[in-house]
Design a protein. Structure first.
Length: 287
């Protein structure tokens, strides 16, 4: 069955506000015409959301899924790393992780656990899934969903930290600027270097976990989570869809075709259960 799944899959992502710690790269120099004001509500600036925060968010959901199925997840950091908090590595190991790379004797020969296999590890060993950045544009007609793009509206926001003393009349003490994307709606393009049924099973279960826990602080995307940013509605778009059907998903004037409905039934009744079973077997067998 895995032979019928393309190496490229897409995750639907919708969020009202996204602020990422890695910042957002904009193409303002193309759109500004020399008169760009970053807080102008009329600006038509697009840009790129880096894959780094997206990857960490996805991995977190996948790790939780592996742990829910009774396995331990490969830790993303080496035991001898200079962590910012004392004892954090040991606490992670007690919470359902194993030391990075201990699931394989030779990373170049053995795949290790499913998380190590997907995301790679030390020694220049690449993971089997490639995570792309999301290119966004405020003009819907300029968004190519088949390339993992999204509609989104960029703004630079100002936050004033003000004095609490009454005589200061809330005079600002300092100003903080943050890059934000609002009303993000599109898809995230993931490419597998090698296809395994447990990979698709873990992706589907991990995305569902993140969607079900989207209001939990630990499972929100990016920074500024105290301010309502990073609450993401997400689901795996049916991997059986063809390119024209993927476009139809985002066409607000069209619904599903009969062929799409049939593929949805086929995915729910045949493909997904088989891939989740493969994931369970993989976790039970261990690395």
């Amino acid at each position: 069955m895995i032979e019928n799944i393309d190496r490229d899959v897409f995750v639907r992502i919708q969020t009202d506000l996204l602020v990422v710690g890695d910042s957002i790269m904009t193409d303002r120099h193309h759109a500004s015409n020399g008169n760009y004001e970053d807080d102008d509500p009329q600006n038509q600036i697009g840009g790129i959301i880096p894959a780094f925060p997206l990857s960490g968010w996805l991995r977190h959901g996948m790790e939780e899924t592996v742990q829910e199925y009774g396995g331990t997840a490969c830790h993303p950091g080496e035991a001898n790393a200079n962590f910012m908090k004392d004892g954090v590595y040991d606490r992670d190991l007690n919470a359902g992780y194993h030391e990075k790379g201990t699931c394989t004797d030779d990373p170049k020969e053995d795949d290790g656990c499913v998380v190590f296999d997907l995301f790679g590890g030390f020694g220049g060993i690449p993971g089997k899934v490639m995570r792309r950045p999301i290119k966004f544009n405020p003009v819907r007609s300029s968004v190519d969903y088949t390339r993992g793009q999204a509609e989104g509206h960029y703004r630079r926001l100002n936050r004033n930290v003000v004095s609490r003393n009454r005589e200061d009349n809330r005079e600002p003490l300092r100003n903080a600027e943050i890059d934000a994307v609002a009303n993000l709606d599109g898809c995230w393009h993931l490419s597998f270097r090698e296809m395994k049924p447990e990979f698709i099973g873990l992706l589907a279960e991990g995305i569902d976990f993140l969607d079900a826990h989207k209001t939990d602080f630990m499972h929100q995307l990016g920074g500024a989570r105290n301010f309502g940013a990073g609450v993401v509605d997400c689901h795996l778009i049916n991997p059986l869809y063809e390119e024209r059907e993927l476009k139809r998903v985002f066409d607000r004037g069209k619904g599903n075709t009969n062929a799409m409905d049939e593929k949805n039934d086929q995915w729910a009744e045949e493909y997904r259960p088989a891939f989740v079973d493969a994931l369970e077997e993989c976790i039970e067998e261990g690395p």
